[in-house]
Design a protein around this ligand. Structure first.
Ligand code: SF4
Ligand code: SF4
Length: 110
């Protein structure tokens, strides 16, 4: 199984980050989640960064989805850089981020 993204469906609500943190740490904070909402100063520009075990970093941006790219994203002050975080374990087969995403931006394949 792997996660698939429809970047243009993302509304930057951040629910996937907190769903992941609840799975990982049992708390509602995106400090160490395997998925990060990436936002830039540019108006209405945002995307997602997933640390995947099988595909490396997955960048889901308005331009499209790429794999294996480098990123230093941390998800905010005090948060761990994505490269130091645990990779996505697909929530042991029931991805919480997929369940929580209100727009269907994230789905599972396989
Ligand atoms: S599937 Fe689970 S571990 Fe992977 S990013 Fe989503 S919530 Fe996090
Ligand atoms: S939960 Fe869905 S819509 Fe919200 S930030 Fe994550 S991917 Fe985007």
């Amino acid at each position: 199984m792997r996660l698939l993204f429809e970047p243009m469906a993302c509304i930057a609500c951040g629910l996937c980050e907190v769903a992941c943190s609840l799975h990982r740490d049992g708390v509602l904070t995106p400090m160490s989640s395997s998925i990060i909402l990436h936002q830039e100063d540019k108006a209405n520009y945002f995307g997602l960064v997933l640390k995947s075990a099988s595909e490396g970093l997955v960048l889901a941006r308005p331009e499209g989805v790429t794999h294996g790219a480098q990123s230093s994203d941390s998800g905010g002050p005090g948060a761990k850089p994505i490269l130091l975080r645990e990779p996505c374990d697909l929530c042991d087969g029931a991805p919480r981020c997929v369940t929580m995403c209100p727009t269907g931006c994230i789905s599972k394949e396989g």
